[in-house]
Design a protein. Sequence first.
Lengths: 217, 217
Amino acid sequence: MSVQVNPRKRPVQGRSKETCEAILGAAARILEERGLEAANTNAIAELAGVSVGSLYQYFPGKEAIFAELIRREESGMVERLEALVAGTAGCALEERLRLLVRAGVEQQLARPRLARLLDSVEATLPEDEALRAVERRILDLIRRVLRDHPGEVRRRPSRTTARDVLAMVKGMVDAAGFAGETRPGSLEKRVFLAVLGYLRQPEPRWRAGVVVREALS
Amino acid sequence: MSVQVNPRKRPVQGRSKETCEAILGAAARILEERGLEAANTNAIAELAGVSVGSLYQYFPGKEAIFAELIRREESGMVERLEALVAGTAGCALEERLRLLVRAGVEQQLARPRLARLLDSVEATLPEDEALRAVERRILDLIRRVLRDHPGEVRRRPSRTTARDVLAMVKGMVDAAGFAGETRPGSLEKRVFLAVLGYLRQPEPRWRAGVVVREALS
DNA sequence: GCATGATACGAGTAATTGCTCGCATCCTCA
DNA sequence: TGAGGATGCGAGCAATTACTCGTATCATGC
């Protein structure tokens, strides 16, 4: 019943490493070119130029392949972001946010369809502690930046705020990729504005008595 | 090869309407409770209490069922939103946005997993003119609201701005639903702040000479 | 009530997909 | 160099899934 998402056996020789890479690369290409339904083990093995037997030697099933792709994508991302945060410790909030946004946009726009699909596949996979840890690191990193500039931000540096920021970035970038935007410049600027706007927007002051009559019958 | 997403035959008698509804309801429940992989035609028919033969009488395949679910969801949404915009013609921008956000949040949070899955399924379906039309109506509606309050918004009322707003709302609400948020109040407020912040955030003034040294080796 | 079309049924078939296993080949190291 | 482990192979079986079709039942108009 339950789905196994961990690799079955670690490759030790050089050629088996290549086999694994070929499998992962083929899975990625099929996902982005033909979609999730087309990404079955036979098709992956064939495009990889490898037999199904070899595939199953290293992965217990296609979910494990997807999971490995996600792990690589996410951990590459988080390491880039953490280096960025560490390397801009003295910089202004706007500069740091701009760089973080740029990294996120570039990552997601490099292979938009693949990134989008991996995101949605991730939601269907069983809980993976390694992935949860990476997710936490990203959220913590956002909170750290917010905490470094207390006077400039009106949102609390909570997990919720971090999740909101991450979600709006992902949402906007995914939509842009889907709509065919490929030049990162304009998108990056808009995402940056959105993030900054959310963090700086003051709580609205309720003018007493302003109640909207229900607009629907 | 290509996938047919239009219904095969319109039900004319009452009982066949019920059959169709049962099929659509069962498909929705399987999607939200067991995920996309489990939503095959046999399972849908069984849960609907209907034979596969009956299912295929009205839908050429499972994709057509999903497409119908999406069409209903989207067109229900767009009609609610359009009524809202029309009914608040004289109101302040903030009130109108708040109501729009509320409608979106409530819709998506009513059955978060289903809404999320339908969104990702939609991306894999072939182009459907009816769905593109609904999408356009939503974007136009956002642009109309922006145009109604020219002095209060710093973004152009373009398709891109509308897409950005829609994407950040969807992104935030999806993430919140996935994280287990069920109370709409707090989420609604944060999404509202994000939208307002994006629309009002001024373009940053570049202080000349502020260039960030590359933070990575 | 009966003729006709609409609706429902579900066993059964074709196609797809997941996965195994026995055997061939390659690599490493003593 | 040869023994043993690592790697690769792919035919083929089992399980799943999509879908059809002959038959039975129901609804409606006459």
